[in-house]
Design a protein around this ligand. Structure first.
Ligand SMILES: NC(=O)c1ccc[n+]([C@@H]2O[C@H](COP(=O)([O-])OP(=O)(O)OC[C@H]3O[C@@H](n4cnc5c(N)ncnc54)[C@H](OP(=O)(O)O)[C@@H]3O)[C@@H](O)[C@H]2O)c1
Length: 289
């Protein structure tokens, strides 16, 4: 991806640096952001956020007013190498961007996750509940949050859950891919959270970009379901009948049965924004397929 702005005109537009811009969320932010108001600098792997000097030099050269950190590594193989890379990107990458943004006076928006919670109680989780991550992914994301909080006072931490879109590696694209050549798929029905459309999350983030607000916000769609329920809704909305879903209990070493439904309490307290129900957001997303 290019390191120059996606807009060519030189105006008084606010400069927004999006890292991890090729991913599910970064793609949606780029798709819906108003180009008349913002000059967008999208970067991905070619501006490695784990390299402190690279991040600092990019910020000094381009002087963004906002940095949206969508760069992240999510668990896949569970290998030791992946674990190291996860901490490097999710924790140190966030630290480097927090320092780089603070140096040029930019606000940083850090994207985080429901995995910062243990998920061992069937209770909605607010921004004021204690964070107790139990997975390396959750621990690395919480470390990223802490670096951002302590290194740049102009920060927003936006926690979401089960983010999906039509591009990138996410649960929606996984189910659609599996449906191409699998007839029976086992999906856990003891992991409960809320599918959140990357498009809806992008809309919230863009709305928050210009505000003076700082702190931590939960931003998941409304409602909840199991992974099995989510997979079922994808098949129902796409009319796919060739694959049968089987509900199972979670059996991996790293992941246990979990309940991580986020309550968007800060939005409620401020009366500022309301996320849509997950089913209607999924329908809208699949209509664009
Ligand atoms: N997906 C979810 O369920 C979910 C839920 C809550 C929060 N989040 C967080 O939201 C953020 C965006 O999620 P997403 O679903 O859009 O993730 P994604 O699709 O995996 O996108 C992340 C992007 O970051 C890039 N990246 C990885 N390492 C990098 C590095 N060292 N320097 C620069 N870029 C790098 C990735 O490149 P490669 O593809 O080459 O690795 C990818 O393009 C992440 O921080 C994630 O932790 C995600």
């Amino acid at each position: 991806m290019c390191r120059t702005a996606e807009n060519t005109e030189k105006t008084e537009k606010k400069i927004v640096w999006i890292t991890g811009a090729q991913g599910s969320l970064g793609t949606q932010i780029r798709a819906v952001i108003d180009r008349d108001k913002y000059e967008v600098l999208p970067t991905d792997r070619e501006v490695d956020v784990t390299d402190r000097e690279t991040a600092a030099a990019f910020a000094l050269e381009h002087r963004p007013q906002v940095v949206i950190n969508c760069a992240g590594i999510q668990p896949d193989t569970g290998s030791r190498e992946e674990k190291i890379e996860m901490y490097r990107v999710n924790a140190l990458g966030a630290r480097n961007l927090a320092m780089a943004s603070a140096r040029v006076g930019a606000k940083i928006i850090q994207i985080s996750t429901d995995d910062v919670f243990a998920g061992d109680v069937s209770m909605e989780l607010t921004e004021f509940d204690p964070t107790i991550p139990t997975t390396d992914y959750g621990k690395s994301k919480l470390a990223g949050e802490k670096f951002v909080e302590s290194l740049n006072p102009k920060h927003l931490i936006v926690r979401s859950s089960w983010v999906y879109g039509l591009t990138g590696k996410n649960f929606l694209t996984y189910i659609l891919k599996m449906a191409e050549d699998t007839q029976i798929l086992s999906v856990p029905n003891d992991q409960i959270s809320t599918p959140t459309s990357a498009l809806e999350l992008a809309r919230f983030i863009i709305q928050m970009m210009d505000s003076e607000k700082c702190g931590t916000y939960h931003a998941s769609c409304e409602g909840s379901c199991s992974r099995y329920g989510f997979a079922h809704a994808i098949l129902d909305n796409t009319g796919i009948t060739s694959m049968q879903l089987v509900p199972v209990l979670t059996s991996s070493k790293e992941m246990k049965a979990r309940y991580t439904v986020l309550q968007n309490l800060m939005m409620e307290l401020e009366g500022s924004y309301r996320m849509p129900d997950w089913r209607s957001a999924l329908k809208e997303c699949l209509q664009n397929r």
